[in-house]
Ligand binder design. Structure first.
Ligand code: SF4
Ligand code: SF4
Length: 229
């Protein structure tokens, strides 16, 4: 899932300066699980903005709503009437959802209400850890299903670095040394031989440091059509 957190209220308010008809749209997917973009957060932000406007003696009209997923056109279409003629939308979605809203409603100012942080998962109630950076060439088969690319502070593919203490990474803050975890996991699986070969430098051309990535599945449709014929 994509993990995000609320932008500071001050920043949201500054971005909103001058807009009088505003709708706040939550997203019921990933960001609602991390308590950033669900209906409750929409209501809280709306209340904060109304209260701030009242204290300042300014006028603002705020409508609250939500979309099941802001990152797919078919889920956005049903809110066309709701979005209507607002002059600003605060999107409580991840950065993908905000961009889809801005693309769909170019005549309306679309503002992000969240800071998108990482791809991760809850490891215990209320605690989310990063698990993947979308490197485009997954190495989990060699590392016992534990990702060193996203979870090693130095992104080492041949670890550990020598800085870990009692299983904790040298960056501290109760961060586990992922290479200790990988070692323990492979040991449990009786597969320690996997850690022995030196992994060559990673080919980052599949990662985000290159051109914007895209995936085109249309060739699959052509194959299916030919097979059906
Ligand atoms: S190796 Fe790459 S694709 Fe696999 S989990 Fe790690 S970052 Fe994600
Ligand atoms: S202590 Fe472990 S997790 Fe931390 S940087 Fe070194 S190898 Fe990576």
């Amino acid at each position: 899932m994509i993990v995000a957190e609320a932008k500071p209220f001050k920043e949201i308010k500054e971005n909103l300066a001058g807009y009088k008809k505003v709708c706040i749209l939550g997203c019921e997917a990933c960001v609602s699980i991390c308590h950033a973009g669900g209906q409750k957060q929409v209501q809280e932000l709306a209340s904060q903005l109304k209260l701030a406007a009242k204290l300042e003696g300014s006028d603002i009209e705020i409508k609250e709503g939500g979309i099941q997923r802001q990152c797919e056109w078919e889920f956005i279409e049903p809110v066309n009437d709701f979005v209507g003629n607002h002059d600003a939308i605060i999107s409580l979605a991840c950065g993908i959802g905000v961009q889809f809203m801005a693309e769909r409603y170019p005549q309306i100012k679309v503002l992000p209400g969240l800071n998108t942080t990482f791809m991760g998962a809850p490891t215990e109630p209320g605690v989310f850890w990063e698990r993947c950076v979308g490197c485009g060439n997954c190495v989990l088969a060699e590392t016992g299903g534990i990702c060193p690319v996203s979870r090693c502070a130095k992104n080492l593919l041949n670890g550990p670095c020598g800085g870990s203490q009692k299983g904790e990474c040298e960056v501290g803050n109760e961060t586990p040394c992922v290479w200790q975890d990988i070692y323990d996991q492979l040991d449990k699986q009786g597969n320690l031989k996997l850690i022995e070969p030196i992994t060559p430098a990673k080919d980052w051309s599949t990662s985000t440091n290159n051109q914007p990535r895209r995936m085109n599945l249309n060739h699959l449709k052509k194959v299916e059509t030919v097979a059906a014929d």
